[in-house]
Design a protein around this ligand. Sequence first.
Ligand code: GUN
Length: 289
Amino acid sequence: MSANIINGKAIAEATLDEIKSLIEKRLAQGQRAPTLAVILLGTDAASAIYVRNKRLACEKTGIRSLAYDLPASTSEADLLALIQQLNDDDEVDGILVQSPLPAHIEEKKIIETISASKDVDGFHPYNIGRLAVRQPTLRSCTPYGVIKLLQSTGVNILGLDAVVVGVSNHVGRPMALELLLAGCTVTSCHRHTKDLRAAVERADLVVAAVGKAGLIKGEWIKPGAIVIDIGINRLQDGSLCGDIEFATASQRAAWITPVPGGVGPMTVATLMQNTLKALELREAGKLAS
Ligand code: GUN
């Protein structure tokens, strides 16, 4: 068997086109475009690429992008003051601070200072809590992007045995909450899991979000399973791969995401969607401060 490839790049492009049309409609009705402020500290090469992709997606969709490229030496107090200024600005709908942050800055403080109503990453405890109580508002971009990819397959995931490997605050945990919301029976695996192989072998749906190349062996995949790889790892030859052995897994799975070109582009598309949604919700008076 050879798996169907879930083409995240194409699905993300279609999503960006939809957002572009919605924004054009707003402008035609005399409403303003959404605005996203993206803050980047330092010169980390990978972060610079991610931020460039986010700003390009803003350009493609018609979202107004505010760029704050600051030195790595920026103090935590100065960063917090900038976030507060953006929180108070009625013309700004979304605020994103690219991580990882320099060691002298406490990420938790930054995330919690961004107004929950402008938290387009979906990282704020308020937004994670909303998802946990089945009232999602601004949803974490990567996990919600994965839900969109799953929907694109047309497979009914209700009742599936889903395994999420990785429990990070930004990806693994909200991913498990998204799958629970979607009606899956969810198992979360992490560094203390006793038998990762057995958990993966049982799964109808495997989502890997660890960042360790080849962590999940293709031979562990249940025939006919859906396989979603969120990991992005750079190999010594410069090429990218996920956490799951693609060549062997794709011989067993029914559906599989490639790396690159799978989940990554959907994260950016969902960020654009969240920015538009943040504006619409605030206009409708439906967001917490
Ligand atoms: N660093 C890597 N991915 C992300 C992301 O989705 N959002 C933010 N803020 N930082 C990141």
